[in-house]
Every structure is written in structure tokens, then in C-alpha cells.
Design a protein around this ligand. Structure first.
Ligand code: SF4
Ligand code: SF4
Length: 258
């Protein structure tokens, strides 16, 4: 699962070490480092559902417009499920559209991959309600001088500092779907319709809201009043609900269910 940023021209050295929550890394990134913002060019950033909600709200865009302007669709080979990446500028450096000389224009709402960097999520084995938050790898790119700094972090503290613990919790249902599909036998394929539903719930929350409230959805899938109120007023609750609904819809006959 490609959850890491990758430089196209300068391959990252990925340490084949399994880092757990209590593992330590020596790293610091701040405006004073020589390489400031170099990692925001020539990269591939997979966007999670919560990334899109935050970024489109930050930019004042509908999810439809955000997808059209800032993203590129991809197919995740191992899962055969659609994912999206941030569309880079067409300049020589293939810059992220949000990078400026003094940093990230949307820093408080930057994607999960940017928050994790220089860590990558090595495994998406995280299951909802489990105490297993996967494990991590260290991506050492030659241009990154953050490793020369003295600050030492545990992975647990790094995740908290960067806010990815919250992101991962909100994205857990989506991660779970990708992992389930990956573990399916190759001869079991999802229909195009199923993939479209996965795309809509995961990445186009405005369209999903419309689908729930302006179609026969609520007649076909009755929802209790409390949940209904929550998903009317919170995009995060709507996303969580949608991912749960998808799971029961797509994998109800799954041998892995349960
Ligand atoms: S220290 Fe690493 S993460 Fe920080 S700006 Fe430089 S290249 Fe990017
Ligand atoms: S979103 Fe921000 S942190 Fe991430 S690559 Fe772009 S400028 Fe850098």
C-alpha cells in the first residue's frame, strides 16, 4: 500500500525496519532547515477521505470541484480499488500546488501523508476497534536534512504531534476496506458499480450526502433518528456512516467478515 511520498528523481532510501509506536526516530523539520519545502516537489501523495474533507473546506470548494482541480484518479493495483493522488503543477520540479517559499499554504489542513513524513505507513492491517495501529517505515531521502537535527521522538509522539492519530481514526473504515479487498482472492472482483460507490463515499462527500438525502436511500436503508441527525450535521459522521454502509454492502459475503 503506497501511503508514502516518493521522489520521482531521487529515490528514497526506505529503511527495512519495522517501527512500532514506541520506536524512536531522530528528526526535526522547521523553517531553518536548508532543505525547507524540498520534499513538497516531485512527490506522489495519496489522499485519504478525511484529507479531502479538510482540504476542500479549507479552500471553500465543493468536493466535486476539489476533485476536478486538485486530484488525479489512480487504481491501486493490489486492491483494484480507485484511489486519488494530489495533482502536481506542471513546472520543472513538479511542485505541490500548495507549496510556497515560506511553507505550506494549507499547513493546518495538509494531507495525512505530509503529516506522517518522513514515516510511511508500512501496513494497513489496522482493524477498527483493535489496538493494532499498524507499523511504520522510515523514508530517508538524500535531500532531507531533518535527520541531522537532534530532536528524538517516539513514533507515538510524532503521530500525536502531527495529528495523524486523529486522521487515522477517522479514516479507519476506509483503510479497513482497502485491506479487506487486498486480502480477497484475485478472482473475486468488485463490479464497476461497487467501485463507483466506493469512490463516491470515500472522496465525494457532497455527492454522497445528496445520494443519501435526495434519493430513495433512506427508504431502502432505514436509519435511526440519532444517526440521521449526526450525519445531517457532520461530514465526518457522514463519512464514518458511509464507510460502514459500504463495508456491509461490498463485503457482506466476504469470508473475512466477522
Ligand atoms: S527537513 Fe525533510 S521534511 Fe523537512 S523540509 Fe527538509 S526535506 Fe522536507
Ligand atoms: S500539501 Fe503542503 S506539506 Fe504537503 S506537499 Fe503540499 S505544500 Fe508540502
Amino acid at each position: 500500500m503506497d501511503m508514502v511520498s516518493e521522489s520521482n528523481d531521487n529515490p528514497a532510501r526506505i529503511q527495512p525496519v519495522r517501527l512500532e509506536l514506541d520506536s524512536k526516530i531522530k528528526f526535526s523539520c522547521h523553517k531553518g532547515v536548508r532543505c525547507f519545502t524540498q520534499c513538497c516537489r516531485g512527490i506522489r501523495i495519496l489522499l485519504t477521505p478525511y484529507d479531502i474533507i479538510r482540504m476542500k473546506n479549507r479552500l471553500g470548494l465543493s468536493s466535486e470541484d476539489f476533485l476536478a482541480i486538485y486530484t488525479e484518479p489512480q487504481l491501486l493495483e493490489k486492491t483494484d480499488l480507485p484511489v486519488i493522488t494530489l495533482k502536481l503543477l506542471d513546472d520543472d520540479a513538479k511542485s505541490c500546488p500548495f507549496v510556497r517559499e515560506d511553507g505550506c499554504l494549507i499547513y493546518a489542513d495538509r494531507p495525512s501523508t505530509c503529516r506522517y513524513y518522513p514515516l510511511g505507513v508500512a501496513s494497513l492491517s489496522h482493524k477498527e476497534n483493535a489496538d493494532d495501529e499498524g507499523f511504520f517505515i522510515l523514508i530517508e531521502e538524500p535531500h532531507c536534512k531533518g535527520f541531522e537535527e537532534d530532536k528524538v521522538w517516539t513514533i507515538r509522539d510524532w503521530r500525536k504531534d502531527q495529528g495523524v492519530d486523529v486522521d487515522d481514526d477517522i479514516n479507519a473504515g476506509w483503510t479497513d476496506l482497502l485491506v479487506r479487498k487486498r486480502s480477497f482472492p484475485k478472482n473475486i472482483a468488485l463490479t464497476e458499480k461497487s467501485k463507483q460507490l466506493f469512490f463516491m463515499v470515500s472522496y465525494n462527500i457532497d455527492q454522497f450526502r445528496d445520494f443519501v438525502f435526495n434519493s430513495s436511500f433512506l427508504t431502502r436503508y432505514p436509519i435511526d433518528d440519532e444517526t440521521l441527525e449526526k450525519i445531517k450535521t457532520s461530514e465526518i459522521e457522514l463519512l464514518r456512516f458511509g464507510l460502514n454502509w459500504l463495508k456491509s454492502l461490498l463485503f457482506r459475503d466476504s469470508p473475512n467478515e466477522g
